[in-house]
Design a protein around this ligand. Structure first.
Ligand code: BMA
Length: 320
């Protein structure tokens, strides 16, 4: 399969916009996603209000494409005075169901006066949420929890910013409170590459027999702004800090008008996915141009095959 055909845009894109919202919002984008036990698709969309602050709002659909039931007020918003780390809003949810906890863990960007950090919240029903608090101090974002412990620890992928760029790191915790042993997972490339200098996790990793399939965004900065594109890499199942194969080119970039034009032009930003009943069909939910919610469909096995044909073996990263 050709690179540009791996992820196919839904003809009804954008599938959700601010015009669909039951209450006033400026834009809806970057949705977290999960399939509920009853088979319905749940999105936790980032909504930007007319002050510029973001909250999360739940939208549920039977087929994951149409007839979205959208909450009539914000589902999850800044915690207020007790949570100074998110006084400027909550953004970009990534949802992981953790069987051991019987709960979903939502990793989100908490935006406070000293910058964006990573917070976690726990929920069983997306109605009531237990805030677990700030886990990674600013500047850090693009985080998701793996669904199971490895060697006794939970693992959080996240994207701190260093003086040398912005790379993927993975950090462990025995209890989702104390975090340690950070390890570098994937470095941004350098120079002219599409993923030079700044990368970040896209949706939570996809567990496959071959390894953790990680879709990540690469940010190419140029004279008139940034281009957000999506690439793929495969990581060792029991050592998820070890990259096995890294794709050479991006597999999805802004091409459609709704990705090219919007509040932040030239952005495709996936935060969530669901897998079809065949165990292979990937429904990738993404924000387009920081303005709307879109869907692209692909096949996990085709992406893995493409990686083997278009990727380089990389091995453990240095610097951890
Ligand atoms: C990133 C995040 C995303 C956003 C993207 C493009 O840094 O803040 O929420 O979609 O920039 O603006």
């Amino acid at each position: 399969m050709k690179t540009g055909e791996l992820l196919r845009r839904h003809p009804g894109n954008p599938i959700l916009t601010a015009a669909d919202w039951p209450y006033p919002v400026h834009s809806v984008f970057n949705p977290g996603a999960t399939k509920l036990k009853d088979g319905r698709t749940l999105l936790l969309c980032r909504c930007e209000d007319h002050r510029g602050l973001s909250h999360l709002c739940r939208a549920i659909s039977m087929d994951g494409i149409t007839d979205w039931q959208i909450d009539h007020s914000p589902t999850f918003q800044s915690g207020g005075d007790g949570y100074p780390e998110e006084v400027w809003g909550v953004e970009d949810a990534r949802i992981t169901f953790v069987p051991e906890l019987g709960s979903y863990i939502i990793a989100y960007t908490a935006f406070g006066k000293v910058g964006p950090g990573v917070s976690l919240a726990k929920t069983k029903d997306f109605v009531t949420f237990e805030r677990l608090g700030l886990m990674m101090q600013p500047d850090d974002k693009d985080a998701a929890l793996l669904p199971r412990r490895i060697d006794g620890n939970f693992l959080l992928i996240h994207r701190p910013v260093s003086t040398d760029g912005a790379d993927l790191w993975i950090t462990q915790s025995p209890d989702l409170k104390t975090w340690g042993s950070p390890r570098l997972m994937l470095r941004a490339r350098r120079g002219a590459w599409w993923d030079a200098n700044k990368i970040g996790l896209s949706p939570p990793p996809i567990e496959t027999p071959d390894g953790w399939l990680v879709l990540y965004h690469g940010v190419r900065t140029h004279a008139s702004g940034s281009l957000y594109r999506v690439g793929a890499a495969l990581f060792d199942l029991e050592h998820p800090e070890t990259v096995l194969i890294r794709g050479d080119s991006w597999i999805m970039g802004p091409e459609a008008s709704y990705e090219r034009i919007g509040d932040v032009p030239n952005v495709v930003f996936p935060n969530g996915y669901t897998i079809g009943e065949d165990g292979d069909t990937l429904h990738l939910y993404y924000g387009a141009a920081d303005s709307s919610v879109c869907l692209a469909t692909g096949s996990v096995s085709e992406i893995l095959k493409w990686l083997k044909d278009h990727g380089d073996y990389v091995g453990p990263q240095t610097g951890s």
